[in-house]
Design a binder for this molecule. Structure first.
Ligand code: GLC
Length: 348
């Protein structure tokens, strides 16, 4: 009798719909509401550590003051240049803001040009990377017929963690994502840009501000909705900023008003806070990255890593015989062969 039961059990397994096997495999990696609530409580505890003077130096979620003290109120106007470095594309932009109107109403006009950056530049020496940035800026001025004689204000969106003491001064704390240009860590990024602009020559540029991409996003949305107090990026990397009451920001003097805080939440988990949620696939992605042990949360969710995570899961399932009749192709064995763009295309 028992034998019959066993045989019919195994038989039912053989007949099983393959998608069920996939579901069962993935089930263990699904997060339930109580786990999400737990993760959010842990995140809040890390935010507090980052804001407090006693614990901020060692905090995994850095909670960096940005020295941006307000969001747009409609009184802004003018024309300026902008650089956007640190996502999947490097861009130079010209931005025109007309007073009292929102982005959607056409009050903010932007023209942009993407300038490719080679892997060699991203992994080479920082001065050469910044020379490329500044030469691209000069090319943009020429292409768009913008006067080289006139002085132009410029804002720099630099999407890496920086310790800012002023709006136009920020020391690079560490590289992340796909960049690790040598010689900039611990140095002032605005100064490095100004020096490169001087080396290029022939332009009159005043670098007024440097902001993280989350801050730039929050400010841009602020033109449409003055109550927009959060900026959030899920792109190549992931991060968020928000307007915090100044009295909660220990590292900046004063209690009145608010300041935008760049959370750098990509580093959540760097101190082990997420260890019991990390899968073997997350561990593999981290171990083979350019910065093992760093940006743990970012590596679990963002665009630079999602494709590789999917490859590792599919590879494991294939090896277990749950997919492709157990046949592992060379491509599936190759790191980086599945990108997030592929995953997005499959989803569509
Ligand atoms: C990385 C950077 C962070 C940036 C984010 C999104 O996490 O450290 O500064 O905001 O990527 O681009």
């Amino acid at each position: 009798m028992l034998a019959v039961h066993l045989i019919s059990f195994f038989f039912s397994k053989l007949q099983e719909d393959p998608t069920k096997k996939v579901d069962r495999f993935l089930h263990a990696m699904r997060l339930h509401d109580d786990q999400l609530i737990d993760i959010s409580a842990r995140f809040q505890a890390e935010m507090k550590k980052g804001l407090s003077a006693e614990s901020s130096a060692a905090a995994a979620v850095k909670m960096l003051p940005t020295h941006v003290r307000s969001t747009p109120d409609g009184s802004e106007k003018g024309q300026f240049l902008a650089l956007d470095l640190g996502g999947s594309k490097f861009k130079v932009l010209q931005v025109k803001v007309r007073e009292g109107m929102g982005v959607r109403k056409g009050g903010v006009e932007m023209e942009e040009k993407i300038y490719p950056i080679s892997k060699e530049l991203l992994n080479g020496r920082a001065p050469e990377l910044f020379d490329h940035v500044s030469e691209s800026l000069k090319d943009f001025l020429r292409v768009k017929n913008i006067s080289l004689e006139k002085k132009h204000p410029l804002a720099f969106t630099f999407s890496f963690p920086c310790e800012q003491t002023r709006l136009d001064k920020g020391l690079l704390l560490s590289w992340s994502k796909n960049c690790r240009a040598r010689g900039l860590q611990g140095k002032d990024v605005v100064q490095a840009l100004r020096e490169a602009i001087d080396r290029t020559g022939g332009m009159d540029i005043e670098v007024l501000a440097m902001v993280n991409d989350t801050v730039a996003t929050m400010m841009t949305c602020g033109f449409d909705d003055q109550y927009c107090d959060v900026g959030l990026i899920i792109g190549t990397g992931t991060n968020a900023c928000y307007m915090e009451e100044l009295r909660h920001v220990d590292l900046v003097e004063g209690d009145e008003g608010r300041m935008c805080v760049n959370t750098e939440w990509g580093g959540f988990g760097d101190n082990g806070a997420l260890n019991d949620y990390i899968t073997e696939f997350d561990q593999d992605v981290d171990a083979t990255s350019i910065n093992p042990g760093k940006q743990i949360f970012e590596k679990m969710v963002s665009g630079m890593y999602l494709g590789e995570l999917v490859r590792l899961v599919v590879l494991k399932m294939t090896k277990l015989g749950q997919l492709f009749d157990g046949l592992v192709s060379d491509a599936l064995m190759t790191k980086g062969k599945i990108t997030t763009a592929h995953v997005a295309a499959m989803e569509e």
